[in-house]
Write a protein that binds this ligand. Structure first.
Ligand code: C2E
Ligand code: MG
Ligand code: MG
Ligand code: MG
Length: 277
């Protein structure tokens, strides 16, 4: 590996870097056809009220199975899609599916919110709001049923911050709610809480993971909850995997819970099959 020779010298990639590059470009190529052939799918993970246990919403999570590569996780797929300008297409697809499910549940008298992951980056495009509203309209989905989870995947410039924030505000006024995902792991959590129209935070599963085994983590999570509540924010814990975590999070007065202990991501069919007809 002579990658770091620099100074105009000939560089070659290590075998490992080559492999990674090849996989990335293969995924990119396959993603284009998967989008064309409607091969992507969406799974829905329940989130419950920590006091009543009622399902409050389902989080939409993109899923992709390729015959040759097998399951490709969103953590691998999303960055590649962002890099190659395919993230809007994925976003459109997932939101369309989510809006259709929300409308179905709504019409079956079981209104449940659906939450969709999105990158703040997408709000840089001034047409983004219109696209979202038109997708919801086409699906006959009331905007109040949709929540968008935003993650800090990049730093935006101060001048962009205003326009992103006001775009989000327009959607919020139309009824769409915003949650800050992976809270505590990003570099700009506090800044986003101050400048963007966010009403919920989702404490990252990293913290929930060691909640019952590390006293420091427990103090940290307790602090996050108190702090968020003092800002009138609604608090969700993600990645709840054990009963001990659930019990403690209830004591700490988290508003809602999500994780494998509560429920795994499910197919649309699994959700709608429980509807009374
Ligand atoms: P996220 O939004 O924080 O979603 C939670 C992730 O944690 C999901 O992984 C979910 O399946 C997983 N998870 C849920 N409960 C547990 C648990 O108890 N333990 C553990 N260890 N994991 C749990 P997934 O589906 O692989 O998605 C990973 C990330 O990819 C998401 O993190 C989100 O940032 C992104 N993503 C997923 N779908 C989409 C999408 O449609 N659009 C965009 N832009 N990003 C997406
Ligand atoms: Mg999320
Ligand atoms: Mg998260
Ligand atoms: Mg995440």
């Amino acid at each position: 590996d002579v990658m770091n020779q620099g100074g105009g010298k000939i560089t070659t990639l290590s075998t490992a870097s080559h492999k990674a590059l090849n996989r990335k470009s293969l995924i990119h190529k396959k993603l284009i056809s998967a989008l064309q052939d409607h091969k992507l799918q969406v799974a829905y993970q329940p989130q419950i009220d920590s006091q009543t246990g009622d399902v409050l919403l389902y989080e939409a999570l993109v899923r992709w199975y390729d015959d040759e590569l097998g399951h490709i996780s969103p953590d691998e797929l999303i960055p590649i899609a962002e890099e190659h300008g395919l993230i809007q297409k994925i976003g459109e697809f997932v939101l369309t599916e989510a809006a259709q499910l929300a409308a179905t549940l709504h019409h079956a008298n079981q209104p449940t919110n659906i939450s969709v992951n999105t990158s703040v980056r997408e709000f840089k495009d001034p047409k983004h709001n219109k696209q979202i509203m038109s997708i919801l309209q086409k699906a006959s989905c009331p905007p109040e049923l949709i929540q968008l989870e935003i993650t800090e995947t990049f730093a935006f410039k101060a001048e962009e911050e205003n326009s992103i924030s006001s775009q989000m505000k327009v959607l919020k006024d139309a009824g769409v709610e915003f949650a800050l995902d992976d809270f505590g792991t990003g570099f700009a959590s506090f800044r986003y809480m101050q400048s963007l129209p966010i009403t919920k935070i989702k404490i990252d599963k990293l913290f929930i993971n060691s909640l019952t085994t590390h006293e420091q983590t427990k103090k940290l999570v307790n602090g996050m909850i108190q702090f968020a509540k003092s800002m009138d924010m609604y608090v969700v814990a993600e990645g709840v995997e054990t009963e001990e975590q659930l019990t403690l999070l209830k004591q700490l007065e988290v508003d809602a819970l999500q994780g494998y202990f509560i429920g795994h991501p499910m197919t649309k069919k699994e959700i709608t099959s429980t509807l009374h007809s």
